[in-house]
Structure formats: C-alpha cells, structure tokens
Design a binder for this molecule. Structure first.
Ligand code: GTP
Length: 403
C-alpha cells in the first residue's frame, strides 16, 4: 500500500494558480511544480552538465601549463597543478555521481554547486600566487562568470550567489594584494559588475523562458484533456490509458480500485422541458459537484458520454465507493441548478459501481471488464427506480453483487 502512494500518477492536472512563476527566483513558486519541471528536463540538464564538467576538468588541468610558464618549474607551480588536478577530480566525482543517480535532481544541483565553488576557490589561490598574470586572471574570471550563469546548468539563484560572491572575493583579494592602481581596480570592479549584470539578465531570461514554455505545454494539455462544459476530463484521457494505468497499479501493489458510472436521470426531459441551455447548466453543476466531492490529486472524473460521468477511485474498495456515490447522489438530489430566467431545475442521478478488492489475485487485467460491470450496475440502478446506487465487486471469474 505504501509503495503505491510513492508512484506518481501522470495524468492529474496542475491548477493554474500553482503554475505561477516567482520571477525573482526564476522558478515556479510551488516547489512541487518546480520539481516536476526539473524532472521533465532532467535528462537534458544532466547531459549538458556532464559536458560542462568534462570541459571544466580539462581546461583547469590544461591551464597548468601557464603556472609553469609564469613561475617556472618551482614547488609553487607544482602545488598549483596539484590544486588544478583536485578540481578535475571533484568534477570527475560530480560526473560519477550524476551518472550513477541520473534520476536525482538534487545530486545534479549539488554536483554543479560543488564543482563551481571548489573551482572558484582554487582559482582564487592560483590568482594569489600569480600577481604578474592579473590581467589574464581578470579575463578568466569574466569567462568563468559566463560559464556559471549560462553553461553549467544549475538553479538560477545558486548561480547568482556563486558568481556574484566569487566576483566580490576576487575584487577584495586584488585590493588586499595592492598590486593594482586604484583606477585599474575601479575598472576591474566595473568590468565584473558588468559581467554579473549581463550574466544575471541572460540567465534569468533563459530560466523564465523555459518555465513559461513548460507552463504553456501544461495548459495546452489541460485544454486538450478537459471537457469545456463541465471541467471534467474528456474521453481522450481514457483513450490515453488512464484506467489501464490505474488497474495496472492496483494489480501491482494489491490495492483496491473502484469506478463509478453516474448518470443524470431523465435528462432528456430536462432538455425538452427547460431547453438545451438549462440542460447544460445542470450538466455543468453535476460535473462540478463530482469534481468537488472527489480527491483532487488522486481521483479522476471523466465525462464519459452526454450526461454520463465516470469516476475513477484508486485505493478505494466497494464500501468506500458506495459511501461516496451515496453522498453525491444525496447532494445532487437535494440541490438544484439555477438556470436562465430565474428558473430553478432539480434533478437526480443514478450510480453503478464496479470495484476490484485489495489483494485480489484475480483482479481483471483490462478495464473493459470493470466498465462492463459498472455499466450493468448503472442499468440495474435505472431499472430499480433511478436515484439510487448499485455496486458489484469484480474478480476475473466471479461477480458478487453486494448492494
Ligand atoms: N443539454 C445537453 N444535453 C445533452 C448533452 N449531451 C447529451 N445530451 C442529451 O442528453 C439526453 C440523454 O437522454 P437519454 O439517453 O434518453 O437518457 P435520460 O433522458 O437521462 O434517461 P435515463 O438515463 O434513462 O434516466 C439526450 O437528449 C441528449 O441529447 C449536452 O452536452 N447538453
């Protein structure tokens, strides 16, 4: 049972307010949505990070030649090369970690941060011992800023802190060293401020654009999957395998699964008496009620036909589904729909339930059995006088009518 809850169910929508983007942090305001975004892009992010780490390691080691060139083959030069190798080793460690745990967003972020911080710390030490190469090192710092903001995929907020923080340390170090004239130092501070500002603007725009694209994709998907009149899922979602996936989950983890078919009684009469628009109001209210009375991120409500709705209830047995159907039946029958010209229409609905019990080795493999059973129960409810609930427990070789 507990395992089943850990498996993400892919078909549930994200309500629009949860898709808001925190423009300062350049992330989704909702941590769960941000996580979903990161998981969606993880393969691409990891591939880019691997290349970035490889380049980082290679260039750090290659620039060891400049240590020997500026300092000669001294002990200090060899110590610097050892430090460069340390950065390469840390980058290799990051590479190994993300290769071993490609599914972890956190490891990718930690690997990027650790390599950036260790790389910059080593860079500061190298600069400290090479005051003669300050001009080159300033250029290197500017390029490193570009790598941190743009080329090494990381959280925007981390990139800003690491890039801006390292620039501040770099300026402070040159100030303490005192090799530069004040006007050169001011030019250097301005240069790094410019690098950080350009990096900030470019990286922020990039992070925001990717999230805006992700949000548009989700909203388009919601438009494609939802019935515009009621807000419930349309049959496309069933065709995409909603019920197959839930049934497979129930079989895999031994959990119960129920489906309820709900149908408004004598709906044709409502249309004929009050008009099609009034019928639409009643349909919309019924759909809204079903959505409101079911679990937002667990259950699914599908407009199955004209005035027929399917509710899919994972981890719910027959008794639970029956109790829910009764609550809906009562709520719908006791509230009316305000239609045009001040008219008020009341209606009732009938419900047919089919359930797969928990830990049932005979649970059906295809949804067709479940749907046929629910349909038969709905038919029984209609024949039994309407405005009532009928249910059955379904196994591969038998059906026990319990209500
Ligand atoms: N207003 C409106 N009516 C619809 C819509 N879709 C289907 N219908 C109507 O729903 C009615 C369904 O009628 P029937 O299938 O005979 O069922 P019923 O009158 O509800 O009778 P029972 O189900 O046996 O209680 C038909 O008249 C359809 O035209 C819709 O989107 N809006």
């Amino acid at each position: 049972m507990s395992n089943a809850r850990k498996v993400p169910v892919p078909h549930h929508d994200l309500p629009y307010p949860r898709l808001e983007i925190d423009r300062q942090r350049a992330e989704f305001a909702d941590a769960a949505v941000e996580d979903r975004f990161n998981r969606h892009h993880l393969p691409e992010t990891t591939a880019q990070l691997k290349i970035s780490l490889l380049f980082c390691a290679a260039f750090y080691v290659a620039f060891g030649a400049t240590d020997v060139a500026t300092l000669g083959p001294t002990a200090t030069a060899w110590a610097m090369i050892a430090l460069r190798l340390l950065v390469a080793l840390v980058a290799a460690g990051g590479l190994l970690a993300i290769t071993r745990r490609p599914e972890s967003v956190r490891i990718a972020v930690v690997a990027a941060c650790v390599v950036e911080i260790v790389g910059l710390a080593v860079f500061m030490v190298l600069c400290w011992y090479q005051p003669a190469a300050t001009a080159w090192n300033v250029m290197s710092q500017a390029l490193i800023l570009m790598a941190i903001y743009i080329n090494i995929p990381n959280r925007f907020i981390h990139a800003v802190w690491i890039a801006a923080g390292s620039s501040a340390v770099f300026c402070a170090m040159l100030f303490v060293q005192g090799h530069l004239k004040m006007d050169d130092l001011v030019a250097l501070v301005l240069l790094l401020m410019l690098g950080n500002t350009l990096g900030y603007i470019g990286a922020r725009r990039f992070h925001l654009a990717r999230r805006e694209e992700f949000r548009s994709t989700i909203l388009l998907q919601q438009l494609a999957d939802r019935d515009p009149l009621t807000g419930c899922y349309n049959r496309r979602v069933l065709q995409k395998g909603l019920l197959d996936a839930e049934l497979a989950r129930a079989r895999r983890y031994g959990t119960a699964l129920s489906v309820i078919l709900g149908d408004i009684d004598h709906f044709k009469r409502i249309n004929d008496t009050h008009g099609h628009a009034a019928g639409d109001h009643v349909l919309s209210d019924f759909g809204g009620l079903l959505l409101a009375m079911t679990r937002e991120t667990v259950d699914s409500v599908v407009r199955y036909g004209g005035e027929e709705f399917l509710i899919v209830l994972p981890e719910t047995d027959l008794a639970g589904a029956h109790a829910l159907a009764e609550r809906i039946r009562h709520a719908f029958g006791s509230t009316g729909s305000a239609v045009e010209f001040g008219e008020f229409v009341t209606a009732t609905a009938s419900f047919g339930i089919a359930s797969v019990p928990a830990l049932d080795p005979d649970a059906p493999e295809t949804p067709a059995v479940l749907m046929e059973a629910a349909d038969a129960q709905l038919y029984a409810a209609k024949r039994g006088g309407r405005n009532c609930v009928r249910g059955v427990s379904v196994t591969a070789d038998r059906m026990r009518s319990t209500a």
